[in-house]
Ligand binder design. Structure first.
Ligand code: AMP
Length: 337
């Protein structure tokens, strides 16, 4: 029987690994390895087992307001996901804090309000790896990482979860070559039956799809697939393909590469909220094949389908996994290689 984890007033529901009742004292912090949305990320060792983990601190600026809503959402979503290409949230631990009683003695009976998310430790992130001097991914390696990314994303999407911040620094890789999608701080459940509006101010600018830049508030898994297309091309091209300076510039860069939207290539484009203000000043033709003519033709076929302007025609993760690109020589390598 799984336990119910409670941290302060929060009930996180079913919680298989441990009861959520342990404190940060079970871990020895080794070093800070990153800065997350709501606090620092540390490499740490679990004292009992010696296992190396990543601890993500969730700071509570104001105790009366409790945990940031984004942190609660991230925990709830991660708690439901269990897949080899999605980062594993192992447990939540509380920080005892260092309050003092009236005599000035430390009083650890109440924790200050900080909690830590405990993750399996990952050695690298995709962009960090590929920016290393002297590192060149081979085509089988690129295929292997892309396959893992698509497999993890397909799993999220069939569970009705949109990640909404797919980019290289959120794709963590361990020394066994396993890629795991991380940072679910912006993730959301897909509203049922197209109801409910979502914010369009998500996804890091360079990886943000045209429908969000044109103000759409009803959208689906296709937003993540655009980001996958940007990463795929970046891996083959060795530099970001759409490095916009601001939102209008981002949209312009997309139009220059993918052509201007019209009712033929994207029925309904002109109905997006900001179309009239942001529509291209002149018609532009699609240049994906011309710009990336040095890519092999199967890679180009897949890229064309990922960087499709109309989100309803953009390829989904499952179909992308079936693309000939992954089933042709050179084949994806074993992750360990
Ligand atoms: P996040 O808020 O999840 O984006 O985390 C911020 C940074 O902390 C990341 O860019 C990574 O460098 C690092 N990080 C997060 N999770 C892990 C993990 N499980 N293993 C190793 N490093 C991590």
């Amino acid at each position: 029987m799984s336990k119910i984890a409670e941290v302060g007033q929060l009930n996180f529901g079913e919680w298989p690994p441990r009861g959520g009742s342990r404190t940060i004292d079970c871990f020895e912090k080794l070093e800070q390895i990153g800065e997350g949305t709501y606090g620092q990320v540390y490499m740490a060792r679990e004292i009992e087992s010696g296992e190396i983990v990543a601890l993500k601190r969730i700071r509570m600026e104001n105790e009366t307001e409790g945990l940031p809503v984004t942190a609660i959402r991230e925990i709830k979503i991660l708690n439901e996901l269990d897949h080899e290409n999605v980062i594993k949230l192992k447990e939540i631990v509380t920080s005892p804090g260092r309050r003092r009683d009236e005599q000035g003695r430390p009083d650890d009976s109440k924790y200050k309000g900080g909690i830590y998310m405990v993750f399996e430790y990952m050695d690298h992130d995709l962009m960090g790896l590929y920016k290393r001097p002297g590192v060149r991914f081979t085509v089988p390696q690129i295929k292997c990482y892309m396959k893992q990314l698509l497999t993890g994303l397909h799993y999220c999407h069939i569970h009705q979860i949109l990640h909404r911040d797919i980019k290289g620094s959120n794709l963590l890789i361990n020394n066994e070559g396993n890629l795991k999608i991380a940072d679910f701080g912006l993730a959301r459940y897909l509203p049922p039956n197209d109801r409910g509006n979502l914010t369009n101010r998500v996804i890091t600018l360079w990886y943000r799809p045209p429908e969000l830049l044109l103000g759409a508030t009803k959208y689906g898994p296709a937003v993540d697939m655009w980001s996958v297309g940007c990463i795929f091309a970046e891996l083959l091209n060795w530099k970001p393909i759409l490095p916009g300076k601001d939102e209008p510039d981002q949209l312009n860069k997309i139009f220059e590469l993918c052509g201007s939207p019209d009712e033929n290539n994207w029925p309904g484009a002109s109905l997006t909220p900001w179309y009239d203000n942001l529509k291209p000043t002149r018609p532009m033709k699609r240049r994906v094949r011309e710009v990336f003519q040095h890519f092999d033709s199967l890679a180009l076929d897949l890229l064309e389908r990922l960087l499709t302007l109309d989100p309803s025609q953009r390829i989904c993760a499952r179909d992308a996994l079936d693309a000939d690109y992954f089933w042709a020589d050179p084949f994806p390598c074993d992750p360990k290689r």
